[in-house]
Design a protein around this ligand. Structure first.
Ligand SMILES: [Cu+2]
Length: 135
């Protein structure tokens, strides 16, 4: 990190920049420190077929409070729709019921409460149809 600033002149401005970056870092690092992180998802291995309802499995590294969590489907034009979710058979597994989707690009926005009460958000992009399976 230090080398980023080595080329900058020794004025107050880089110091200010460094201070601002230092303040922002904890916010930027929330995903890395997340308390319920997706460790595996079925989207990366099983393509979503157009026109067919699909169950997506999300595996988290910790227990998840499903009732306090929300998974939103984001489609073209930033249209958002809350998807039905329920606990899977394995600890930390969440099942998302996707409706039949037309071909195109989508994303799942996962707002998840870990068993310890911490909220984290992750986005998983996926493609339905031609060249499906692309991340
Ligand atoms: Cu936590």
């Amino acid at each position: 990190m230090a080398y980023l600033f080595s080329g900058l002149s020794r004025t107050a401005r880089p110091c200010l920049l460094a201070s601002v970056l230092a303040l922002l870092q904890p916010i930027a690092w929330i995903p890395a420190q997340a308390h319920a992180v997706i460790t595996e998802d079925s989207l990366s291995r099983e393509p979503v077929i157009p026109g067919k309802p699909t169950q997506v499995r999300l595996q988290f590294n910790s227990g998840v409070e499903v009732k306090l969590s929300r998974v939103t489907l984001v489609s073209k034009g930033d249209t958002e729709e809350t998807m039905p979710i329920r606990s899977g058979s394995r600890p930390g597994q969440v099942l998302v019921s996707l409706p039949a989707l037309a071909a195109g690009d989508y994303a799942l926005r996962c707002q998840v409460f870990a068993a310890d009460g911490h909220l984290t958000q992750e986005v998983r992009r996926f493609r339905v149809g031609v060249a499906a399976g692309a991340k």
